[in-house]
Design a protein around this ligand. Sequence first.
Ligand code: GLC
Length: 529
Amino acid sequence: MADHAWWQRGVIYQVYPRSFQDSNADGIGDLRGILRRVDYLEWLGVTGVWISPIYPSPMADFGYDVCNYTAIDPLFGSLEDFDELLRELHGRDIKVILDFVPNHTSLRHPWFEASRSSRTNARRHWYIWRDPAPDGGPPTNWQSEFGGPAWTFDAPTGQYYYHAYLPEQPDLNWRSPEVRAAMYNVLRFWLKRGVDGFRVDAIHMLIEDESFLDNPPNPAWQPGQSPARRLLRTYTADLAETHVCVAGMRRVLDEYPDRVLIGEAYLPIPRLMLYYGESLSGFQLPFNFHLIGCRWNAPTIASLVREYELALPDGGWPNWVLGNHDKSRVVTRLGGIPQAKLAALLLLSLRGTPTIYNGEEIGMADGEVPADRVQDPWERNVPGLGLGRDPCRTPMLWDEGANAGFTDGTPWLPINPPAAGGSVAAQQADDRSMLSLYRRLIRLRRQEPAIAVGDYREVAVTEDVFVFERSFGARRLWVALNFSASFQHLATLAGAVVLLSTGARSSHSSPQDAARLEPYEGLIAEAPL
Ligand code: GLC
């Protein structure tokens, strides 16, 4: 395994800091809260922690609107707290990945305040300014991802500025060499401090076409979907020049040893692959979100893995994700804990780096957020369509105490009813829990090069069962997944020695008849001879 980098061998864990652990009773998670949970992260066995934005921000989009890229918001703590957290995590051999938000700043960033101050300000061109259309309206029909036009008129200088997201998140102009240089220096600031990498936000939105033509209508749009999707994003997303900027970020990372650049892009597989860059000059891990949206059955998932594996560029390293702070939680999507256990086994046994979203490991479901407690601006702008992301951001359930051990104050989002399997504390004590399964899977991955870095081969696919092989040298392991609610019999599995199972046989390692899979059971076994 020594031939592989930590971000290839390891498991990444996403901390959404607002909801992870509060330390000062303001109801919002913070860095000292994460510090309190460092032992837990070590116990779980993760290799790296990605922390969603902790920079100073007016919090219009909960930190994804940054007004200072090289500081910490007092809500989360201080730079000293951050350095301490970095030391503590590094001391336990856990890497630290920060969120980098290059597409837009906050409206309150001094760069934007300068830019909007006059048409002749030296920073005017750091953002995307355009004259009104002849009728005085927005320059194009471009739509904000969060609803409404993507252009906001700024009366003092008589022009519109562009924002792919909220009006409070003006887009930076990445065609400006000065913007690029400034943003690359932001990366250096954190890399020098010892940060091990970045998850780069909304990368496909980085560049807009200079023709400023209207986006065409999307014939596939259906009522109930996001209003922004009424239009195709022909001139506003996934433009070729983006790759030049990503390569620039990567060159900065490569000035430091052993760092990782991860990109957030929701794109079809062939488009996503381009984000590895020419000769792998781009992201080491362009996030693969395809398990989040796909239909959940054996043939669909087997063909997704096949398509993804085949599409990878030479030397490109795969990765898989089940959820994050923007998507409905996996238990809710799949309809139950047994299904989510199966998903966990899939995530942690496929070839490629897995990313776990905090709470997934205890089977947290989407929380109920009453209308008067809605926080997410997307839900506020476009209510009732289920686009809001509060449900997947409710606080972590640590124990059975008040506010689930998350805060001594009033939590910023309601505390979920206890996860079906209970809190972290309850699940740590239960061998059969989701959490114990995650921990065992992570350990097995560490012990078995076949799973961590081995080859992938499809073995069998039926309507209900998917079996694949992971191998390293002479070691061959089979992963068998029953996607159905009934027992399945698969003769090819007979005689295989089960190492781990999501089902009732979970803690056994003695030879079992692997050929009979329980409902929703997933197992890892030594391949039959
Ligand atoms: C990304 C983030 C999301 C944020 C958006 C705008 O998709 O994950 O939370 O709202 O970018 O920054």
